[in-house]
Design a protein around this ligand. Structure first.
Ligand SMILES: Cc1cc2nc3c(=O)[nH]c(=O)nc-3n(C[C@H](O)[C@H](O)[C@H](O)COP(=O)(O)O)c2cc1C
Length: 417
């Protein structure tokens, strides 16, 4: 099916508009229906770009979005943020889930906050329940060439496209090429996410989900089991795997042998290669994921080309000591690594009431052990939802037919289509 891609940009001097035009052309080259949408300036002092003005409702129309904002003080510009904030009513009504999003930015200084800007965009998109695609090594079926101009032009930036703004608002040829490539890539992922097709060679097979968890943390292990159960609910074949290694203290607190259940098999990189979708669970250590998980992720990356996570949906869940002790920062730092690996980050977002009930962390399920070593019923339900979501996203990106109604087929969207 033809994907619909909206390229939403804010630009005063022309850099972002030139990149947006190139991304739109790349998406069209993939066969997408494309709209180039201008975010209005605060005071209308900027140039009158001859494009449609972006409205929050336009997000409903799009299967995929290229978000394109200049870097202002290491963040998106205020007009761009106003556009994002304008989607609140649609978000609240649950209408913005499962869009595929990528980002582009420009800054004067090569290291002037552009990564921060892209990551901030993705944080907002994750609140919608969007999937985020960076410019990391492309996976199977991904139209972008990992050795192509997109990677070179991005200067190795795995989060999206970030270019150096020229004084006259012009854009270098290789930056334009990189934007074109990113638009084409986004359209490809959006097409697969929307329709589940074209079917891959193993389209009839069950979806495969690997859930990896740090072995010594009982809370995380229980969340992992529930996440695996959620994926199985959707018919997925699941591998529940444990990570061991120095740096993770034993933290049981439960009666009997650490939780009583037989230990899962130790994880191997082949478990990630096997999967269509991967979920990682970890205790939070110093505001970030535990060392064994980081070590495992780093071990996956080949010296060149895509690794086993490239092009696959991935997300995480965590346990912390106390409610505000790093659950968000750990998940966000995990997302950075996943983008480096070329994964499509598919966090829970606010895609189900259970996310709110479990404390409302849109980046991944989290449980604070100050509430008990056993995860709450709400946290377990959120982990199960995350597992279902991983299975569904894996099905879609691998081209398997998705059972039941599509996630995007809300009555309002049917009206708008
Ligand atoms: C209010 C403001 C804040 C800015 N902050 C940064 C910054 O943090 N880092 C940086 O390198 N450039 C910064 N810049 C430069 C812009 O990133 C640059 O002008 C912009 O990317 C050009 O995009 P445009 O041509 O689409 O308007 C800032 C510019 C403005 C107006």
């Amino acid at each position: 099916m033809t994907p619909r891609v909206a390229v939403v940009y804010h630009s005063r001097r022309g850099t972002m508009r030139a990149l947006a035009e190139a991304a739109a052309a790349g998406a069209r080259a993939h066969g997408a229906r494309v709209r180039l949408l201008r975010v209005a300036d605060d005071d209308e002092a900027g140039p009158a770009w001859p494009d449609e003005e972006a409205r929050p409702e336009d997000v409903l129309w799009a299967d995929g979005l290229v978000l394109a904002s200049p870097t202002y003080f290491g963040n998106v510009s205020a007009p761009f943020k106003r556009f994002l904030d304008g989607t609140t009513k649609l978000w609240w009504d649950g209408l913005l889930t499962d869009r595929v999003v990528t980002g582009m930015t420009a800054s004067t200084c090569p290291h002037g906050g552009r990564e921060a800007t892209l990551l901030t965009m993705y944080q907002s998109a994750h609140h919608w329940g969007a999937w985020t695609v960076g410019a990391g090594p492309a996976g199977p079926g991904d139209p972008a060439d990992p050795a192509g101009p997109a990677r070179r032009g991005a200067g190795g930036n795995p989060y999206g496209l970030a270019v150096t703004a020229l004084r006259d608002g012009g854009v270098a040829e290789h930056d334009r090429d990189a934007a074109w490539e990113l638009g084409r890539r986004l359209a490809g992922v959006a097409a697969r996410a929307r329709s589940g097709g074209p079917p891959g060679p193993d389209a009839a097979a069950r979806s495969r989900v690997t859930v990896v968890h740090c072995a010594e943390d009982e809370t995380v292990r229980l969340l992992a089991q529930e996440c695996a159960a959620g994926a199985r609910e959707l018919g997925a074949e699941v591998r529940l795997r444990r990570l061991t290694g120095p740096g993770v203290r034993r933290e049981s607190g439960l009666p009997g042998r650490a939780g009583g259940a037989p230990a899962a098999a130790a994880v191997d990189p082949a478990d990630v290669a096997w999967a269509d979708s991967v979920v990682f669970g970890t205790p939070v250590r110093a505001g970030a994921v535990a060392a064994p998980l980081l070590g495992f992720l780093q071990s996956l990356e080949p010296p060149a080309g895509p690794g086993p996570l490239a092009g696959k949906p991935a997300s995480g869940f965590v346990s912390t000591a106390r409610p505000h002790a790093g659950s968000e920062s750990a998940l966000l730092s995990l997302h950075h690594v996943l983008h480096h690996c070329g994964a499509v980050v598919v966090p829970p977002g606010y895609t189900d009431p259970v996310v709110f009930e479990a404390g409302g962390n849109p980046y991944g399920t989290s449980h604070a052990r100050s509430a008990g070593v056993l995860p709450t019923v709400q946290a377990l339900a959120a982990a199960r939802h995350q597992g279902r979501r991983a299975a569904l996203a894996g099905d879609r990106l691998r081209g398997r037919p998705v059972p039941g109604a599509g996630l995007l087929d809300t009555p309002l969207e049917k009206e708008l289509t």
